[in-house]
Design a protein around this ligand. Structure first.
Ligand SMILES: *[C@@H]1O[C@H](CO)[C@@H](O)[C@H](O)[C@H]1NC(C)=O
Ligand SMILES: *[C@@H]1O[C@H](CO)[C@@H](O)[C@H](O)[C@H]1NC(C)=O
Ligand SMILES: *[C@@H]1O[C@H](CO)[C@@H](O)[C@H](O)[C@H]1NC(C)=O
Ligand SMILES: *[C@@H]1O[C@H](CO)[C@@H](O)[C@H](O)[C@H]1NC(C)=O
Ligand SMILES: *[C@@H]1O[C@H](CO)[C@@H](O)[C@H](O)[C@H]1NC(C)=O
Length: 492
């Protein structure tokens, strides 16, 4: 009798073990683009009705809304991007998500070629493009051509060297879109960067890289600095790779999603059959051997065979048992201040508001109280919405100097991106040699919505191959999520 019982228990144990392996619970922490696209790729890369597609996916988000650092702000009844705001024309995952989710593209005003730019050094504009308020597209073309010449005059052929530096880097990055036959799954960020030929760019500063390709010091001090300050809130001492990515984000063809980029996360989560836990933060992750026990702020415990952290660990206080060890890092905080009102031309030593460029960038100077000010929307000639970026919070007294009218002000303090420092040291994708993953390890190479999706796609493949062996995926399931109509358009 007892031996039969033992056999039954054995069988049961076997059964439950294979059961848990064939339909594991995957817990994801963070509902930004990394977490949502990880869930999406886990589902897409599991053929329908096969075991991994039967997995439960739990997604934990400490806030009441999904999207992470993709978020909108509403000021005086109008909505604008508050965090991650621009996408590059070659952001192919974002582009596919947009199609898949039937979202609409929009062209942000700052990427218009006729947008005027001024570089402010605290006393004067060291460079200022022409501003014309003609709405006529022909006049705008002439103005933008004149401005290109004007820029060429100041920075010379260094501008072309800068473009080719960016182009070479973007082309290397495109390797991450190759098919599975030629693209391996990467266990570490180092390996992933080395394979694409991008690793060396993380060992030097942007400044060093640009001096290497013989860029003029003036271009580095002014235009390049303006761009890294806007995109990463930091100087040209960020790594060469983060710098190249930042420069790519200042080129043409930039886009965003009508109604807010956060909808990418929302849409991917909606269609990936996920148990979403909003307002629930994970406090501890306990490795029990076969699974992880996650305890949350709601006093609940969850058992997960796979746990993936899809948010930067740098400012989180998750208690890991056993402890994990990752390189110590900091996030760069960017204060985004949204103002509905009007700039004060006197602050810039100008007579009229129309003389102030639509985008005011700044050089690197610790005394400058802001990194950039740009017009988000021109309601009329005396009523605009602006976005100010700064490294410290902007006190009212300062804002009252810079603005002559301030009807509404909203301040957001973002732990926006890593504080970059060459040579970079990366945390691994697999934190404990088992099934604890870290998608945002890649963010220390470069932080964008697309790089997060690229990292998430790799981690999805890594999880599936380590659970079930090498995934020999047909893309048919992924393709079937597109309507025939869309495929037709893609071919045309
Ligand atoms: C985007 O979707 C198309 C199918 O429409 C697919 O062929 C392509 O590989 C996808 N791109 C990426 C980067 O996944
Ligand atoms: C990176 O640097 C190493 C050592 O300096 C060098 O051997 C290697 O060829 C470089 N790789 C690339 C892709 O430039
Ligand atoms: C996802 O679902 C929620 C709830 O049903 C809905 O409010 C939201 O608009 C959806 N998001 C997208 C992008 O479709
Ligand atoms: C998690 O919660 C369970 C049940 O409440 C408790 O037994 C366990 O000690 C908690 N683990 C940690 C690491 O706090
Ligand atoms: C601009 O719009 C505001 C309301 O937003 C209005 O009070 C003001 O008169 C308008 N000014 C001009 C010049 O049209």
């Amino acid at each position: 009798m007892s031996s039969i019982l033992a056999i039954i228990i054995c069988l049961l144990a076997l059964f439950t073990q294979s059961q848990s392996l064939s339909s594991p619970t995957v817990c994801i922490i963070g509902s930004g683009i990394a977490g949502s696209s990880l869930a999406h790729f886990l589902r897409s890369y599991s053929p329908p009705n096969s075991p991994p597609s039967a997995a439960r996916i739990l997604l934990f988000e400490r806030n009441g809304i999904v999207g992470g650092r993709m978020a909108t702000v509403t000021i005086s009844g109008e909505t604008f991007e508050a965090g991650a705001s621009i996408l590059h024309p070659m952001n192919y995952h974002a582009s596919n998500f947009t199609k898949l989710l039937n979202l609409k593209r929009r062209i942000p005003p700052t990427s218009m070629s006729s947008f005027s730019l001024g570089i402010w050094n605290g006393n004067k504009f060291v460079f200022k493009t022409l501003t014309f308020e003609f709405k006529n597209p022909f006049v705008q073309k002439i103005v933008s051509f004149a401005n290109s010449l004007y820029m060429l005059l100041r920075y010379g052929f260094s501008l072309f060297k800068m473009n080719s530096f960016v182009e070479v880097t973007v082309n290397k990055f495109l390797k991450y879109y190759q098919s599975f036959e030629t693209r391996p799954t990467f266990e570490t960020v180092d390996e992933m960067l080395q394979w694409a030929g991008l690793y060396n760019l993380t060992t030097c500063t942007l400044q060093e890289e640009l001096v290497n390709v013989a860029l003029s010091p003036l271009l580095i001090q002014e235009l390049v600095t303006v761009i890294t300050r806007i995109n990463y809130g930091q100087s040209v001492y960020i790594s060469g790779l983060a710098g190249a990515v930042s420069l790519a984000g200042s080129g043409g063809g930039l886009w965003s999603i009508e109604g807010g980029n956060w909808q990418m996360a929302s849409g991917l989560i909606n269609r990936s059959d996920i148990e979403l836990h909003l307002h629930e933060e994970i406090l501890s992750i306990f490795n029990l051997g076969e699974s992880y026990e996650l305890n949350s702020t709601k006093g609940r415990s969850y058992m997960c065979e796979v746990t993936a952290i899809a948010t930067p660990l740098d400012e989180l206080n998750i208690q890991f048992t056993p402890p994990i060890s990752i390189p110590e890092r900091q996030l760069q905080h960017t204060h985004a201040t949204f103002v509905r009102g009007l700039l004060n031309p006197g602050y810039f030593g100008l007579q009229t508001v129309s003389e102030i460029p639509e985008l005011v960038g700044t050089i690197e100077d610790p005394d400058l109280p802001f990194s950039s000010i740009s017009i988000l929307k021109r309601h009329n000639e005396t009523d605009m919405t602006y976005k100010v970026f700064s490294r410290k919070a902007m006190p009212d007294s300062l804002l009252d100097n810079i603005f002559s009218v301030r009807k509404e002000t909203i301040r957001i303090d973002w732990g926006a991106y890593p504080h970059y420092k060459a040579p970079e040291v990366f945390a691994p994708f697999i934190l404990d040699g088992q099934h604890l993953y870290y998608v945002n390890a890649f963010e220390n190479a470069a932080s964008t919505m697309e790089t997060s999706a690229v990292a998430a796609e790799n981690v999805a493949r890594l999880i599936l191959s380590r659970l079930f062996g090498e995934v020999s995926l047909s893309t048919s399931y992924f393709m079937s999520s597109f309507s025939d109509d869309e495929l037709l358009h893609a071919e045309l």
